[in-house]
Design a protein around this ligand. Structure first.
Ligand code: AP5
Ligand code: ZN
Length: 216
């Protein structure tokens, strides 16, 4: 199974990608997680990316495309992958097309996770993450750990710097301007499926599996 998860910040791309990737034994490739790792380890890329991320702007295409190209060549990605947060611009989508074509790989589906803006803002304000294992939680959800520590690894959960309200507004603007045009791009190629991602997480997962069934 080879899929792209497309959608605004807070739509649930990461939440669903983790579950599906584990279920099908394929790679979960989140450019946001990869960049946060680079920032944490203070690599050259991390140092270049940090100011863009903190202010809710996109990291330059060239840096992202290079990072994803390398990642897609790793062994686990050969069994299949879910791209979460990439591509994010038409330029990134074109670079991905080129790469997949040169490797003779076809995408099974581009899944658009559709959620209204009010729900997105609420989800982002309540999100807490584990920087150690990338697990995602939400203080508004019933399964939020009472002690504020990650259930997988015990690390303390934190709020992402870019989940502050003023940065969230900027990220939503960037999404509308730079990323939403990808919906038309993939619709034109005939492999876009839209999922109502405003319902609870289990239902969203079922809807994705139903729409993409038989492609694993
Ligand atoms: P990135 O980390 O990719 O952020 P994003 O796209 O803004 O997406 P999010 O991680 O905010 O949302 P999500 O859809 O994954 O939602 P989640 O599952 O966490 O990027 C961060 C930054 O890195 C960018 O701003 C940019 O600077 C840079 N970057 C990354 N990729 C780039 C690229 N390709 N090009 C250039 N720059 C790039 O869910 C959100 C919350 O809701 C969680 O708390 C979750 O528990 C909860 N939730 C999820 N689903 C449900 C549900 N069904 N019901 C109730 N709660 C739910
Ligand atoms: Zn953890």
């Amino acid at each position: 199974m080879r899929m792209i998860f497309l959608g605004p910040p807070g739509a649930g791309k990461g939440t669903q990608a983790v579950k599906l990737a584990a279920k099908y034994g394929i790679a979960h490739i989140s450019t946001g997680d990869m960049l946060r790792e680079h920032v944490k380890s203070e690599t050259d890329l991390g140092k270049q990316a940090k100011s863009y991320m903190d202010s809710g702007r996109l990291v330059p295409d060239e840096l992202i495309i290079e990072m994803v190209k390398k990642r897609l060549r790793e062994d686990d990605a050969k069994r299949g992958f879910i791209l979460d947060g990439f591509p994010r611009t038409v330029k990134q989508a074109e670079a991905l097309d080129e790469l997949l074509e040169s490797e003779g790989i076809k995408l099974d589906a581009v899944v658009f996770l559709d959620v209204d803006e009010e729900t997105l803002v609420r989800r982002l304000s309540g999100r807490r993450i584990c920087l150690n294992c990338n697990a995602i939680y939400n203080v508004y959800n019933a399964d939020y750990p009472e002690d504020g520590h990650c259930r997988n690894c015990g690390a303390k959960l934190i709020q992402r710097d870019d989940d502050r309200p003023e940065v969230v507004r900027q990220r939503l603007d960037v999404y509308r301007k730079d990323t939403a045009p990808l919906l038309a791009y993939y619709k034109g190629r005939g492999n876009l499926v839209t999922v109502d991602a405003s319902s609870d997480s289990g239902e969203v997962l079922r809807a994705i599996e139903e729409l993409c069934g038989g492609k694993n």
